[in-house]
Design a binder for this molecule. Structure first.
Ligand SMILES: *[C@@H]1O[C@H](CO)[C@@H](O)[C@H](O)[C@H]1NC(C)=O
Ligand SMILES: *[C@@H]1O[C@H](CO)[C@@H](O)[C@H](O)[C@H]1NC(C)=O
Ligand SMILES: *[C@@H]1O[C@H](CO)[C@@H](O)[C@H](O)[C@H]1NC(C)=O
Ligand SMILES: *[C@@H]1O[C@H](CO)[C@@H](O)[C@H](O)[C@H]1NC(C)=O
Ligand SMILES: *[C@@H]1O[C@H](CO)[C@@H](O)[C@H](O)[C@H]1NC(C)=O
Ligand SMILES: *[C@@H]1O[C@H](CO)[C@@H](O)[C@H](O)[C@H]1NC(C)=O
Ligand SMILES: *[C@@H]1O[C@H](CO)[C@@H](O)[C@H](O)[C@H]1NC(C)=O
Ligand SMILES: *[C@@H]1O[C@H](CO)[C@@H](O)[C@H](O)[C@H]1NC(C)=O
Length: 530
């Protein structure tokens, strides 16, 4: 058995000079499985730790949320810890990548999306590129949006341990481990600790501020999947309405309704730019379209009553929660009213439900992998909200508005949310932020919220998309300069060419057009109304 340095504190181990750790944050530190002591984490038992240098690791990633894309070639110490919580029957992998050169003295953790807790290959490279030591965790389950391999125990019960790992426990473990590894490797602890992720990752960022207020100095919790126990069920609402009506409109018709909504409401903010920037002023009723014709992939067709109802219901949402805004894509992989037809013009169509919502309902609520979602009716669907909240609100809704401990610890956090988010209704974020302000009228001193017109789920649409909000959060943390606005950049969706810039205002302020070239920042001011 290999002798570990567990008895020594990390600091004394690191500064003792063994394993060549005398030079801080240089590439010469030892990156081997033997060199790292096992980090000590309460309740965790480390099973293995492997470390090896990786050179010229190449990845090609598209831009996602706050991370720019790029073609990366990188050198790092790749540390993987596998551990368990004894008696929980879980096995969790934590991935830490430590830059071999140009460490910026800081630590970064990242989360995942949907039911994915984290993914090193997908998210680490852009953070490593900026010099961060970076960590994420698989939360104890495979990284897919299908939770069927882990939601239930072999005897069919909800695996609450794995759910808690996913919701928060594994995230804190990873933070403790990642920081300890960075300290051991560089011979000094990171000076600052950050978190940046979107969607489920945004939810995870908020839960860290709520539950582990000392873990991060700065958090970007973007388009967060908070209010999980409620909004995940609400995602199924458009499909339920379709099932109840027995009608599945063609994507071309739903897309044409979205286009008509944009046409009707585009200029409510005084600017014609293909964006509904003022969704709360948009009273467009798609029933006014019924009987008019639209172009379905080259074939003329008429708008139907059923499609109008389905679009309107998708915007309204169920009684228990919000819907998405008019103009938001209703069709496509993560869109909530998605359908699929035998051909683009065929009316032989079926509903395509978002897998995270169906997985949640069938496994965590019905505890039945073979549950037939089409058997739900308005009444049984409505009852799911209560069940979900009773069982899971305290575990995974991650919407506690009391951030006083985070504030006291000196933490700083930013949330942005696209107003054309097709999968997480943006009103869930403004609703949460209002609750935070109700709790503490001075919450803007440490937590700021921005709504983004014309932005989809964690990715740009036609609107101004915030560029490098991480730098703003770092400046807030390290220099005390709080971001009043974010730097919106309007890019051509195909070529990426920069078409314009616009400052994005802190909620509830909006970007009011005051005249001039709409591609210029100076043509807009932050205002209480349009
Ligand atoms: C990495 O790539 C560089 C540039 O192509 C090359 O000089 C170097 O030898 C490579 N390193 C390793 C370990 O392959
Ligand atoms: C990555 O490289 C490919 C092919 O070389 C290129 O087409 C692409 O634009 C590059 N991506 C980025 C983000 O630079
Ligand atoms: C890092 O190490 C783990 C564990 O050995 C391995 O599975 C993974 O592929 C490595 N990652 C890279 C980028 O080399
Ligand atoms: C522990 O989890 C594994 C799957 O990861 C499963 O095969 C095994 O039956 C579980 N044991 C108990 C006691 O639940
Ligand atoms: C941390 O900050 C101190 C004080 O500014 C500085 O001397 C040290 O080099 C920093 N450490 C790292 C790892 O950047
Ligand atoms: C979202 O909130 C705004 C402002 O309170 C409200 O006008 C709008 O109707 C809400 N939208 C949805 C889809 O619930
Ligand atoms: C209808 O849409 C098709 C593409 O889907 C396009 O080629 C055609 O020009 C459109 N026709 C009209 C009349 O707009
Ligand atoms: C985005 O931010 C980066 C770094 O902060 C800056 O270099 C770049 O010019 C910005 N992009 C645009 C289009 O303003």
């Amino acid at each position: 058995m290999r002798v570990r340095h567990q008895a020594l504190s990390l600091l004394s181990w690191a500064s003792s000079g063994i394993c060549g750790l005398l030079t801080p944050y240089s590439a010469s530190n030892t990156c081997s499985s033997e060199a790292f002591p096992y980090p000590e984490v309460e309740g965790a038992k480390i099973l293995t730790l492997t470390a090896q240098q990786v050179h010229n690791y190449t990845s090609s990633l598209a831009a996602l949320a706050d991370w720019p894309g790029g073609n990366f070639t990188q050198n790092f110490c790749n540390v993987t810890i596998t551990y368990t919580h004894p008696r929980w029957n879980d096995t969790i992998n934590v991935w830490t990548w430590l830059p071999l050169e140009n460490w910026n003295g800081r630590y970064m953790a990242q989360g995942g999306g949907g039911f994915v807790t984290g993914d090193a290959n997908m998210f680490h490279p852009p953070a490593l590129d900026r010099g961060f030591a970076v960590t994420s965790t698989d939360g104890g389950h495979v990284g897919t949006n299908d939770p069927s391999t882990w939601a239930l125990t072999p005897d069919g019960k909800i695996d609450y341990y794995r759910l808690k790992d996913f919701a928060y426990i594994a995230l804190h473990d990873a933070n403790v481990m990642g920081k300890a590894l960075a300290e051991a490797f560089y011979g000094q602890p990171p000076n600052y600790s950050y978190y940046s992720s979107c969607s489920s990752g945004g939810r995870q960022g908020l839960t860290m501020a709520q539950r582990y207020p000392h873990d991060y100095d700065g958090i970007l919790a973007l388009s967060p999947a908070i209010n999980w126990a409620t909004f995940i069920i609400a995602e199924y609402w458009p499909q339920l309405v379709m099932n109840q009506l027995g009608v599945y409109p063609r994507p071309c018709e739903l897309d044409a309704i979205s286009a008509a909504a944009i046409e009707a409401c585009d200029e409510l903010d005084g600017v014609k730019d293909g964006i509904v920037a003022a969704p709360s002023l948009c009273k467009f009723d798609p029933h006014t379209l019924v009987g008019q014709t639209f172009n379905c992939s080259g074939v003329e067709a008429s708008f139907t009553e059923a499609a109008a109802t389905i679009a309107l219901e998708t915007w309204r949402g169920p009684a228990e929660w919000f819907g998405v805004n008019p103009g938001t894509p209703l069709t496509g992989y993560v869109s909530l009213a998605n359908t699929q037809c035998a051909s683009p013009t065929s009316t032989d169509c079926e509903g395509v439900s978002f897998i995270v919502a169906t997985g949640w309902i069938s496994l965590f609520l019905e505890q039945n992998p073979n549950f037939d979602l089409k058997s739900l009716n308005y009444e049984t669907y409505g009852a799911l909200f209560e069940l979900s909240r009773a069982r899971f609100e305290h575990i995974i809704s991650n919407n506690n508005p009391d951030l006083s401990n985070f504030a006291a610890a000196g933490g700083k956090m930013v949330t942005w949310h696209g107003l054309e988010d097709e999968v997480i209704p943006p009103n869930g974020s403004s609703h949460y932020y209002q609750r935070v302000l109700d709790e503490d009228a001075n919450a803007r001193d440490y937590y700021r919220f921005f709504e983004l017109p014309g932005t989809f789920h964690c990715r740009p649409g036609l609107g101004p998309f915030p560029n490098d909000t991480l730098s703003k959060v770092m400046r807030w943390v390290e220099e005390g300069v709080a971001p009043d606005t974010l730097d919106g950049v309007i890019q051509d969706p195909i070529t990426g060419e920069v078409k314009g810039k616009r400052k994005l205002c802190q909620w509830p302020l909006v970007e009011k057009y005051v005249g001039g070239d709409i591609t210029q920042e100076a043509s807009f001011v932050c205002s209480e109304s349009f």
